[in-house]
Design a binder for this molecule. Structure first.
Ligand SMILES: [Zn+2]
Length: 50
């Protein structure tokens, strides 16, 4: 039996650092973080627009 490394695509919340792998096929990015329920999981806190 050979061991191989499988990388699965997942997401990390920028707010609570929660990491998760979507169970269903990825069609669109998740709307909210399943842990802290923020819709801004994809946006870092310190990001500012000039
Ligand atoms: Zn979160």
């Amino acid at each position: 039996m050979a061991k191989i490394k499988i990388t699965v695509e997942g997401y990390r919340c920028e707010r609570c650092k929660h990491e998760w792998i979507p169970r269903t096929k990825i069609i669109e990015e998740p709307i909210i973080c399943p842990n802290c329920k923020t819709p801004y999981w994809n946006i870092p806190k310190k990001e500012k627009k000039k």
